[in-house]
Design a protein around this ligand. Sequence first.
Ligand code: AMP
Ligand code: ZN
Ligand code: FE
Ligand code: FE
Length: 317
Amino acid sequence: MKNQSGNTHWVDLHTHSTASDGSLTPPRLIASAKNAGLVGLALTDHDTGNGLLEAAAAAAEAGLRFVPGIEISAEFPHPGTMHLLGYFIDPISPALKRMSQILLEGRNSRNPRIIARLNELGCHITMDQVQAIARRGVTDDRPVVIGRPHIAQALAESGCVASVKQAFDVYLGTTGQAYFDKERLTRKQAIDCIHDAGGLAVLAHPVQLRLGNPAELENVVSNLVEIGLDGIEAWHSDHRPQDSEMILSLARKYKLVPTGGSDFHGNSKPDIALGLGRQNIRVPEAVLDELETAWRNRRNRQRAAAAGQPEAVHDGK
Ligand code: AMP
Ligand code: ZN
Ligand code: FE
Ligand code: FE
């Protein structure tokens, strides 16, 4: 959509808040989106929907289109990582609560192992320090999801490494000395969980799968489509223009909704601005329009199926 002077409106469909490893609280994130001139935003915290209601209320007040979202991990061979974005999930659905609980248990068993290994390696940080970092800016006792960026920050602040980047390169990245995988959902479980929570399932930043070539990516994508994938993230801070082009052509071929966002985290990724990813990635509002249409279509098909009109579910994706 364009405004009256013919300029494109922009959105950001991949962002994190203090509910996970972003540094802005949900209301501050919305205020920043408004300041940045965006017309729409999706909040996609890791493994939790805890920031969604607050962000939705702030967005309504600011006159910003808001998409309640989540980002979860699924099993994928080392050293790649597979993240799935859930869009238009219902923030109060029991399915979201269940999914979140499973994912948080996986984190709770992994984070202490990482810290114990770091201590063995001579980096003396504690879980309390990491927790305090994760709670910066959070003024009440709501739960926050603790992730590797918080541990990276603790390492940098303790002087064990020179920067967050070095913390990932040496210790926390998938090939780092203190890396432990967390228990993950299978791909089918992850997609089903997102659907059960009322959302659309989108493959995030496909380059992070670290596949050798486009044919391998196509293979993975076509398998995901068979188990219900709805969309694929074409524009992302880790994507070069040629990556986005290649992913867009896959989206067209498999009738997937192409999505995009900066993966804004605030302080822990200072080179990424809200609505303006690395490589100056920006996402036009029409992408949000298409995503919303796909979600409404899916929801209508589900409702028709639930009301006993099975023919309505066979009309394509
Ligand atoms: P976790 O959810 O705890 O596995 O941590 C995932 C977060 O770590 C995401 O925000 C990633 O973008 C971030 N991350 C993963 N690898 C790196 C890296 N090499 N440098 C900086 N951030 C990273
Ligand atoms: Zn993150
Ligand atoms: Fe991700
Ligand atoms: Fe992300």
